[in-house]
Design a protein around this ligand. Structure first.
Ligand SMILES: *[C@@H]1O[C@H](CO)[C@@H](O)[C@H](O)[C@H]1NC(C)=O
Ligand SMILES: *[C@@H]1O[C@H](CO)[C@@H](O)[C@H](O)[C@H]1NC(C)=O
Ligand SMILES: *[C@@H]1O[C@H](CO)[C@@H](O)[C@H](O)[C@H]1NC(C)=O
Ligand SMILES: *[C@@H]1O[C@H](CO)[C@@H](O)[C@H](O)[C@H]1NC(C)=O
Ligand SMILES: *[C@@H]1O[C@H](CO)[C@@H](O)[C@H](O)[C@H]1NC(C)=O
Ligand SMILES: *[C@@H]1O[C@H](CO)[C@@H](O)[C@H](O)[C@H]1NC(C)=O
Ligand SMILES: *[C@@H]1O[C@H](CO)[C@@H](O)[C@H](O)[C@H]1NC(C)=O
Ligand SMILES: *[C@@H]1O[C@H](CO)[C@@H](O)[C@H](O)[C@H]1NC(C)=O
Length: 375
């Protein structure tokens, strides 16, 4: 009989986890560089350099309480060098936004195409495509900004923008050929949204209908994204993309928190003083930490603020991304099969009927509050 002291077991387990995280595909060279374009999910301080927020208790310019997913990924890949061009608030394409959306006209934040152009314009030595990984999470803000401006987002257009960006990463001088792309989470389960649907009767729509509409944006987007990526990969030799099912990952955490060692998957850890509306644009509020209260146990929460995950949730996203990335497949989209990691849930919801166009402005009004949390 083999007896192990708990501490020995711990060492063995953590060694195993570290070893498996650093494995790489047998058909690939090890990753040396991680280049990031995206929004607040991936920003490690670019917005903070310009605007001086987010401030503590946010962690060093991250829109979270610690490192974000791309940092965990780089660390696990033998501490790969990270180049981060992601800006909080960024969209996949500004042209997706209605004319009256302020983000359409402003200089900041740059959309991912502008982030790419800036990077190419400022960089003399580009990273080797064979050893560079591109983690991509983008598109959520295209929906939220559009709705906030009273428009109705077109999922095929927004998903198409994400695919077009992915394509231009490959066709640009970067010649990007290794990417991990996240599906969007279920918008209906974002705290700012659930809170609003629960408390507001002003939209003329029952909360269930609003939640269903929000979910349908996510599921239809993800279905279009998956198809677009499959088609792109099929027609592009040498391009390898793994699609990581963030939608299902978050839903699993929400339906079974204990399996993620979480206790609170609905409320944000942070709360803001009553009467204040900490918006991305109101820098005075964003720079005043005394208006913000942190929950005592952030590591047991899925959400840090009303839109952004905690760093522990970012770790889960990184772990799932690495698991998918390390599968020994090549040149293919890898939708995650099985109950753990499946687009089944997406597909099940993909047929959800959206409510008629007449409700767009009501929904837009409701969603205005969400923009305050986008970045
Ligand atoms: C990455 O660097 C940290 C700090 O220097 C170190 O503790 C860790 O072991 C390194 N990880 C890998 C996978 O090399
Ligand atoms: C953005 O530009 C368009 C076209 O010039 C204009 O109609 C719209 O009012 C502008 N929006 C903002 C928020 O400035
Ligand atoms: C270099 O990056 C800055 C932002 O950091 C951007 O304003 C500028 O346009 C970029 N330069 C080029 C040539 O793209
Ligand atoms: C919203 O409206 C429903 C039905 O009209 C009503 O039963 C409910 O109490 C209202 N909720 C709030 C928070 O006002
Ligand atoms: C989640 O956290 C919120 C705010 O911190 C609290 O009001 C709520 O009771 C918590 N829910 C659970 C299930 O712990
Ligand atoms: C579970 O979460 C608690 C509270 O955040 C933490 O103290 C504990 O170490 C965690 N356990 C594991 C196995 O991660
Ligand atoms: C996922 O499922 C599909 C259809 O059931 C199958 O063709 C494919 O090989 C599976 N992929 C993996 C990675 O298991
Ligand atoms: C789901 O994940 C757990 C833990 O990682 C594993 O034990 C289980 O076999 C997985 N189930 C499926 C269907 O992949």
């Amino acid at each position: 009989m083999l007896l192990l002291r708990a501490s020995t077991l711990y060492v063995l387990l953590t060694t195993f986890i570290a070893a498996s995280a650093t494995r790489f595909r047998r058909d690939s060279q090890p990753v040396k560089t991680v280049v990031v374009f995206g929004d607040s999910f991936s920003d490690t301080g670019n917005i903070e350099k310009i605007y001086g927020f987010p401030v503590a208790p946010y962690y060093q310019g991250r829109f979270s309480n610690g490192p974000v997913w791309v940092e965990y990924i780089a660390q696990a890949l033998n501490n790969a060098t990270m180049v981060n061009q992601a800006y909080g608030g960024a969209v996949a394409n500004r042209q997706n936004l209605p004319l009256r959306a302020s983000t359409r006209n402003d200089t900041y934040p740059p959309d991912v195409n502008e982030q790419l152009a800036w990077y190419l314009g400022n960089t003399t030595t580009l990273p080797d495509p064979t050893t560079t990984l591109y983690p991509i999470f983008i598109g959520a803000n295209d929906y939220l900004h559009t709705l906030a401006a009273g428009g109705l987002p077109v999922t095929s257009t927004i998903a198409g923008s994400v695919v077009a960006f992915i394509k231009s990463l490959h066709t640009s001088n970067l010649k990007a050929s290794r990417m991990v792309v996240m599906t969007l989470p279920d918008f209906a389960k974002i705290p700012s949204f659930t809170r609003l649907t629960k408390n507001s009767n002003s939209t003329g729509l029952p909360p269930d209908a609003l939640a269903q509409l929000a979910t349908s944006f996510s599921t239809q987007h993800n279905a279009a994204l998956e198809k677009g990526i499959k088609d792109l990969v099929a027609s592009t030799p040498g391009l390898r993309i793994d699609l990581v099912d963030l939608f299902s990952l978050f839903n699993r955490a929400i339906s079974n928190p204990t399996s993620f060692n979480l206790t609170n998957v609905t409320a944000p850890c942070l709360s803001f003083s009553p009467g204040t509306t900490p918006t991305a644009l109101d820098t005075s509020v964003n720079k005043d930490p005394s208006l913000i209260t942190t929950c005592p146990t952030p590591n047991s929460y899925l959400f840090w603020d009303n839109t952004h995950p905690t760093t522990i949730a970012h770790k889960f996203v990184a772990d799932e991304t690495l698991r998918v990335f390390n599968q020994p497949t090549s040149n293919t989209v890898t939708p995650n099969n099985g109950s753990n990691s499946s687009t089944t849930e997406n597909k099940k919801n993909a047929g959800v009927k959206t409510v008629g166009g007449g409700s767009a402005s009501a929904l837009g009004a409701l969603m205005v509050a969400i923009t305050y949390w986008i970045m």
